[in-house]
Design a protein around this ligand. Structure first.
Ligand code: G3I
Length: 370
């Protein structure tokens, strides 16, 4: 963390504390600036982050995680390529490790994801081409969801099933699941997950519906139609998962558009979870400070709208610290060390302006449980 950051945080913290009439102090003083998990708890919301077992071997990171979070989700170790690397040969070691870590530390544990067009082991892709798809879907869901019944509070049962650009009349995404089973694969996945753990919250998880962009309206429409049909068929889907990979430059948030979309989701009787929030703003035209500020403003605007609907139990960021963000991992050859300002803590676990935005959104949300 450089001098610029320390100065801006100290000023921000000082001004912030003055506005609250508290003793001027650093924003890293947990006695004044409560952790995000604690602020969210007051709204009956679990705040947490995506993690990997590897990251939990980093004591500085793990200390920050245990301060700030009340839930975790596996960034990739609860996906099928990790859990069933060979057909019928399960490897639960990584997910068990994360589940135990959550239990040992009183954290809620999310499951991500049971059925996806990606994240599958190579053997499955091959099998889905020339074998009946149904048992390949149902056996896996039963095995995994039954094992973690009572451990995983909410599952992203189906992930990213919508893509209007694939040309299907209902806007569904091409996948081996759609080819093998038709659109019923989605209903079937939720029905089997519910039978396997009737207490689990079941989430349909997707992206590209948050901002205003060329195909945004088509994505929102197809998502709404999918969920509307599932509710009409009494499919046990409880929540819509907004991934919230926010892109202020390419897909800015328009309050009216987002609120109208989420209002329709709520009117279907669904809850709305934020499942993978981060910010991609890797414009070379922005200074690091401008990127931090832009990310903070985007997150605040987004969360204020989501929380105003008062049907959110989980807000998860796709990581906690810029030290471990997929957005930076995939840009190793970038000119600047961090091409985006994706997460609430910087690489040194210092709270960023985005942290303050999330803290303020939790503290000021007119949020009550219906
Ligand atoms: O850490 C291992 C490394 O030890 C090993 O040598 C290497 C060999 O492949 O794999 C490394 O793990 C990789 C992991 O990211 C950590 O970098 C996995 O291969 C790689 O598949 C994994 O990618 C994840 C990706 O989903 C695919 O599962 C990303 O971390 C994760 O951020 C990303 O998350 C997705 C959500 O599931 C769905 N929404 C979009 C989101 C971002 O793409």
């Amino acid at each position: 963390m450089n001098r610029r950051d320390v100065l801006s945080y100290a000023i921000g913290g000082f001004l912030g504390s003055l506005s609250r009439g508290t003793q001027a102090t650093s924003p890293f003083d947990y006695s004044v600036f409560k952790p995000l998990g604690e602020l969210a708890r007051k709204r009956k919301i679990f705040y947490g982050a995506a993690v990997s077992s590897k990251q939990l071997k980093d004591p500085v990171f793990t200390s920050a995680l245990l301060k700030e979070c009340r839930c975790i989700v596996a960034e990739y170790e609860s996906k099928r390529y990790s859990l069933e690397p060979k057909q019928g040969q399960y490897d639960f070691s990584a997910m068990d490790y994360l589940a135990q870590f959550a239990r040992n530390n009183g954290l809620m544990f999310r499951g991500h994801t049971l059925v996806w067009y990606a994240g599958n082991p190579a053997w499955l892709d091959t099998m889905l081409i020339n074998r009946p798809a149904e048992p390949l879907l149902t056996n896996y869901i039963q095995t995994v969801v039954q094992r973690y019944a009572g451990v995983v509070r909410s599952w992203d049962v189906v992930n990213e099933a919508v893509n209007p650009l694939d040309g299907h009349q209902d806007g569904l995404r091409n996948s081996l699941w759609l080819s093998g089973l038709g659109r019923r694969y989605i209903d079937l996945a939720f029905q089997v997950a519910h039978e396997s753990d009737p207490k689990a919250q079941l989430v349909y998880n997707d992206y590209n519906t948050e901002g205003v962009w060329k195909h945004g309206d088509r994505w929102r429409y197809a998502t709404l139609k999918l969920l509307e049909g599932m509710k009409k068929r009494n499919v046990p889907v409880h929540s819509f998962g907004l991934q919230a990979h926010l892109e202020p430059i390419g897909k800015p948030i328009d309050e009216r558009v987002l609120y109208a979309f989420l209002r329709e989701i709520k009117d279907l009787g669904l809850r709305i979870q934020v499942t993978e929030m981060d910010v991609r703003n890797n414009s070379p035209l922005l200074t690091a400070q401008q990127r931090d500020q832009q990310a903070a403003e985007t997150v605040r605007k987004f969360l204020d709208i989501v929380l105003s609907l008062a049907v959110t139990d989980e807000v998860v960021t796709w990581g906690l610290s810029d030290r471990y963000s997929w957005l930076n991992k995939s840009n190793k050859n970038s000119t600047s060390e961090f091409v985006s300002s994706p997460l609430p803590l910087d690489a040194e676990m210092m709270r960023k302006p985005m942290w303050r935005s999330i803290a303020s959104a939790f503290s000021e949300a007119d949020h009550h449980i219906d």
